[in-house]
Each structure stands twice: as structure tokens, then as C-alpha cells.
Design a protein around this ligand. Structure first.
Ligand code: CP3
Length: 342
């Protein structure tokens, strides 16, 4: 797979033009996605129907010629597979039957995830077959802490009060949830690699909610276990870690977890990114709202990030997922600007 620009960067090479893909590159900002989404009925139906997941994964790659495809799925298929009811209501985000104490863990089974997600792995291998050989296929899972926040809070959260209450009042019980999610995540990522994913990304979207001691216990430690388990089975498969909004805790994150590369959120300054890049490839970190806004400020920032990180391995991306109001033209313009920098 060394013919893939993104895999070469993950191996530590600096590219003349950075390979580019965007978090949430498939989704509601694309009219062709909205059309399929309406026909399917529910979001999870899309995730568990291989033909639809393949088509949606390919849509942005076809339209924009990105260097990578990311499997169309969601981080919440893991708790769904463990037996926690997950639903997506239009416009309200995810809703889960919350697990708020160790007693609620009864009946949940991390071993059920890979059977439940068989259609997801089927989609992965069909995408790899459909994708041009020079394009990288990215598999993914949520970080254990981030998935735990949805499981315990029952959906999105602002202050994470319920999960923090459990975490401090019953650390042993809470560790059992963390262990279950860690085991399920290892199995889920490993199956995606077996099915043809060239690399995987761990989306730790809520890493920034934790102070340093808990960041180490619930973000770094589970990530390290996942990386070690994957390395034992898939020696060379790169793992990208994305500890969003971790601030200065991101500096030691790659060394402590063993990830191959680090995704940078929008808040990471260019100078800090350049320092991190001396030890590992970096990915990021354009403000997704600037991509939606467009104009000269967008072009200037693309060039600033692109040239600022051109001295080392860099994969161009956003600092968080693309937002639904993004005009597709701005995305086409981003790719053209980057490739024009050569
Ligand atoms: O990047 C990609 O294109 C691949 C697909 C992907 C989705 N979700 C599809 C999706 C990926 C990688 C994710 C990751 C994900 N899911 C994260 C981590 C990244 C991040 O954004 O922080 C999180 C926290 C989730 C959980 C989740 N899924 C939420 C909170 C929501 C509702 C908010 C929203 O954006 O709608 C979802 C739904 C979701 N996941 C949609 C898509 C395309 C929208 C579904 C729809 O209504 O059509």
C-alpha cells in the first residue's frame, strides 16, 4: 500500500502536496447523501445496509477526488452491538438507553459487537474493492471515553455530570464499563482491518472534558491498550489518534499511547503542531466553520496550514467534522487550492 500518498505520510514522509480527506466528508452537506438518507428511513439503516454504506462512502471521493475514503458508519454502532439501545431522532442527535451504574452493565456483552456489525465489515471489503488502489481506506471507532459519555449520559452532553458522578463515586464499577468498551473497540477495529481498512482512526471527541489525571486513566490508558492489541494482530496498520480539545495534554499523547499519527483539533496553534510533527505525522486542522464561511480568509488559512506543516509528514484535514451548512463548492475549492500549491 506504499503507492498511497496518505500511507506514505503515515510512514513518516513529507509530501509536496499534503494528502487530504475531511472528517465527516460524507453527510448532510451533500445533496446526494440527503437523497439516500430520505429513502432509507433511518440513519442506522444506512450504517447496517452494506450497499448504502458503500455508496455513501464513495460519494465524496468521487465528487472531490480525496486521497482517502472513510467508512460510512458511526461510533455508536459499538454500544448498539453490546446491547445498549441506540436511536437517532431527526435533528436531535443520538438517544441511548443510558447505563448509569455497574448494575446497568448486566446483560451487556462486548463479544456481540462483531456479529452485530457483520454488515459494517462487509461494507469495508466492498469499499476496498471499489476504491482506486492509490486511495486509502480509513476504518474508525470512537475513543472509549467518548463512547462512554454517550452511553452514560444517554446522548450528547454539555457538562458530563452523570458520567463524572459515576466515575468518581464508583471507580471500580466504572472501570468495568471502560474495560467492556475497550474490548469491543479492539474487536471492532481489528475486524475492519481484516476486511480491508488500510488504517484506522480513533475519534476521542470529548477528550477535552477531562483534567489530566482522568485524561490519563480514561483516554490515554484505553487508547494504549487498543494500540497494543492492534499491533499484536496487525503489525503495520497505522492508527491515528484524535484527542479533540485536549489542549497541552496532546503534547505527550502520541508517546504515551503509541499511536502512529495525531489528529489536531482547530485549537492547536501552528507552532505546537510543528513541534508534535517532529515526533509523529500530524493531521488537521482547518476550522470547519471557516470552510463553511469561505472567501479569501479560507484560502489564506489553507495555504498557511499547508505551508506551515510542509516540512514534515502532514495530512490535510479539518480540526473537527464538516458542518451540514458547508457549500460543496468550498470543499472543491479547498482541494484545488492544496493541489495548486505544488
Ligand atoms: O467521517 C465520515 O464521513 C464517516 C462517518 C462518521 C459519522 N459519524 C456519520 C454520521 C463518523 C466518522 C462519525 C463519528 C462520530 N459520530 C463522532 C466522532 C466525531 C465527531 O464528530 O466528534 C461522534 C461524536 C458521533 C456520534 C454522532 N453521530 C452524533 C453526535 C450525531 C448527531 C449529530 C449530527 O452531526 O447529526 C451522529 C449522527 C451522524 N453520524 C450523522 C452522520 C452523517 C448525521 C445523520 C443524519 O441525520 O443523516
Amino acid at each position: 500500500m506504499t503507492d498511497q500518498p496518505m500511507m506514505r505520510v503515515l510512514a513518516g514522509e513529507a509530501a509536496k502536496v499534503p494528502p487530504v480527506w475531511l472528517m465527516r466528508q460524507a453527510g448532510r452537506y451533500l445533496p446526494e447523501y440527503r437523497k439516500l438518507r430520505e429513502a432509507a428511513g433511518s440513519f442506522l439503516e444506512l450504517c447496517y445496509t452494506p450497499d448504502l454504506a458503500v455508496e455513501i462512502t464513495m460519494q465524496p471521493v468521487r465528487r472531490f477526488d480525496f486521497d482517502a475514503a472513510i467508512l460510512f458508519s458511526d461510533i455508536l454502532v459499538v454500544p448498539d452491538g453490546m446491547g445498549i439501545g441506540v436511536g437517532f431522532e431527526d435533528g436531535h442527535g443520538p438517544a441511548l438507553d443510558p447505563v448509569r451504574s455497574a448494575a446497568g452493565l448486566r446483560g451487556l456483552d462486548p463479544d456481540r459487537v462483531i456479529g452485530h456489525c457483520a454488515p459494517v465489515y462487509e461494507a469495508v471489503s466492498a469499499i476496498r474493492d471499489a476504491l482506486a488502489p492509490e486511495k486509502t481506506l480509513i476504518g474508525f471507532a470512537g475513543g472509549v471515553w467518548t463512547v462512554a459519555t454517550y452511553v452514560v449520559e444517554g446522548g450528547s452532553s454539555r457538562n458530563f455530570e452523570t458520567i463524572k458522578q459515576w466515575m468518581w463515586s464508583d471507580p471500580a464499577g466504572f472501570d468495568r464499563l471502560i474495560d467492556m468498551l475497550t474490548a469491543a473497540t479492539i474487536a471492532h477495529l481489528s475486524r475492519q482491518i481484516d476486511a480491508g481498512a488500510d488504517c484506522v482512526q480513533i475519534f476521542e471527541s470529548w477528550a477535552g472534558a477531562l483534567a489530566e489525571p482522568e485524561f490519563h486513566r480514561y483516554v490515554v490508558a484505553p487508547t494504549r491498550r487498543i494500540v497494543e492489541a492492534l499491533r499484536a494482530r496487525h503489525k503495520t496498520t497505522p492508527v491515528i489518534g484524535f484527542p479533540r480539545a485536549a489542549g497541552r495534554m496532546i503534547d505527550g499523547y502520541a508517546a504515551a499511547t503509541g499511536v502512529t499519527a495525531v489528529g489536531l483539533d482547530t485549537g492547536v496553534p501552528l507552532k505546537q503542531a510543528q513541534v508534535i510533527q517532529k515526533s509523529v505525522p500530524v493531521q488537521g486542522n482547518l476550522d470547519p466553520i471557516l470552510l463553511a464561511a469561505g472567501g479569501p480568509a479560507l484560502t489564506e488559512r489553507i495555504v498557511e496550514i499547508g505551508t506551515g506543516l510542509a516540512g514534515g509528514p502532514h495530512i490535510f484535514n479539518l480540526g473537527h467534522g464538516i458542518v451540514p451548512q458547508t457549500p460543496p463548492d468550498h470543499v472543491a475549492g479547498l482541494v484545488a487550492t492544496l493541489r495548486g500549491m505544488a
